[in-house]
Design a protein around this ligand. Structure first.
Ligand code: SF4
Length: 435
């Protein structure tokens, strides 16, 4: 076998990007490209191609990309044949501008066009592709997924029609599109055949899945060998009754719900174009908890959205107290060019910083309390890898807590019962109680 070329891929941002990076790696693999294919390397200096799969959610995403590209210049000078590609949402947003500012970039590919990467490299396709093509990229990507361990992401829906005032996703990922259920089920069966036991269904608005999201969950649950199903990210306005019911009666659907709310103030929710109130959100959480009392709820918050007053901020803290989160992501508002909120008057930075700090302090305390409450309980843990200590395994509980277990007989992919004995800042420890 000739030495395959090497690909270094850096993934920024969300799980959707992690999934996309995996699919790009598969599409560029020797199995798909013959002698022209690439195998992944973790050593950037060894790479024949560097691919940056970018995210536009965080502040100054394009500046970060340009500074990362600047750091690649010495490597490109030393290896003139090195190919450099930019993928993901910044590629979509910036397009040809990236090549204009950084001539060392060979390829620019948006999130809906990366199935064309092999043709781009063969010179059969344009080298800046930010189209929203009519063909379905999932049909054209390799059908056989590479797997790494017992967990996998599976994208079922992409794009967003909601146009929250702060968010670029509707512009970078395009309109909501759902993959047909039979293709999702085929991909899931293939993953299970290759040892996957825990699948997280992904979508920018996963529960906006237009062919019935709860039906899809139930059909997946019928796959023998698949033991756990999770999903993210869902939107409060797309929640169907049957999905809530499934949390009560579908044992494979894990007791975990990531349901972003962003603010607890109706005034701010309206300004954000979220189209629901805090009370409606709380009622929804109540229905999930009625169906599955131990469900762990997580969320996203923005501190200091334009026009946010101190009373609005207090309403956010009240909502956090009312829900009791297991975890949440929170960020200080920062404008994204091209979004409606970017035109509005910003809250002073120091005020937004202080509010963010209060939100994070409260959420950290709730997260710690949720973890501490696990001590003494029996949970299921799916082993994902060996731990750092000899004889130790690490896996995730049903509630997605990382759990360290002393188990010298444990094997990756095993689902075991564990009694939790200790809780630390980001993980739990426990003892295996089943053989
Ligand atoms: S629902 Fe709002 S925050 Fe979520 S992806 Fe769509 S526009 Fe962005």
């Amino acid at each position: 076998m000739t030495d395959a070329k090497k690909l270094f891929i850096k993934t920024y941002g969300c799980q959707m990007n992690v999934y996309d990076s995996e699919r790009m790696v598969e599409s560029l693999a020797p199995a798909n490209m013959g002698g022209e294919g690439y195998v992944v390397t973790d050593v950037i200096e060894d790479a024949d191609m560097v691919l940056l799969n970018t995210c536009h959610i965080r502040e100054k995403a394009s500046e970060k990309l340009y500074s990362d590209l600047g750091r690649l210049r010495p490597l490109k000078n030393a290896k003139p044949d090195l190919k450099i590609g930019v993928a993901g949402c910044v590629a979509q947003a910036e397009g040809d501008e990236i090549k204009r500012r950084m001539p060392l970039v060979d390829l620019v590919v948006g999130p809906q066009a990366y199935h064309r990467l092999p043709d781009m490299l063969r010179g059969l396709s344009k080298t800046t592709d930010t189209d929203f093509p009519v063909e379905d990229k999932f049909d054209l990507l390799p059908q056989r997924r590479a797997t790494r361990g017992p967990t996998a992401f599976l994208t079922v829906q992409e794009g967003c029609d909601k146009f929250c005032a702060f968010c670029v996703v509707p512009y970078t990922r395009g309109a909501e599109v759902s993959r047909p259920a039979d293709r999702v089920l085929t991909e899931a069966r293939g993953l299970v055949e290759r040892g996957v036991r825990d699948i997280t269904l992904l979508g920018q608005n996963v529960n906006a899945y237009r062919f019935g999201f709860a039906r899809l969950v139930r059909d997946l649950a019928a796959i023998e060998g698949l033991q756990r199903i999770r999903y993210m990210t869902s939107h409060p306005n797309d929640m169907e009754d049957d999905l809530i019911a499934a949390h009560g009666d579908c044992a494979k659907l894990m007791p975990y719900l990531h349901l972003p709310v962003q603010s607890g103030s109706d005034r701010v929710l309206k300004a954000m174009n979220r189209k629901h109130t805090a009370a409606e959100y709380l009622a929804l959480i109540g229905r999930f908890r009625a169906a599955r009392p131990d469900i762990l709820v997580t969320s996203d918050f923005i501190a200091g959205f334009p026009g946010e007053t101190d009373a609005d901020h207090q309403a956010t803290l009240d909502l956090i107290r009312a829900v009791g989160y297991g975890m949440a992501y929170s960020f200080k508002y920062s404008p994204r060019p091209g979004t409606p909120a970017a035109e509005r008057l910003e809250v002073p930075g120091a005020v937004a910083d202080a509010r963010l700090h209060e939100i994070q302090t409260l959420i950290t305390a709730q997260q710690r309390a949720t973890q501490d409450a696990m001590v003494g309980r029996e949970v299921s843990v799916l082993y994902e890898k060996a731990g750092r200590m000899p004889g130790q395994m690490v896996g995730k509980s049903d509630h997605l807590h990382a759990v360290h277990v002393d188990d010298s007989q444990g094997k990756v992919g095993e689902l075991v019962r564990v009694k939790i004995s200790a809780s630390s800042s980001n993980s739990l420890a426990g003892v295996r109680i089943s053989l």
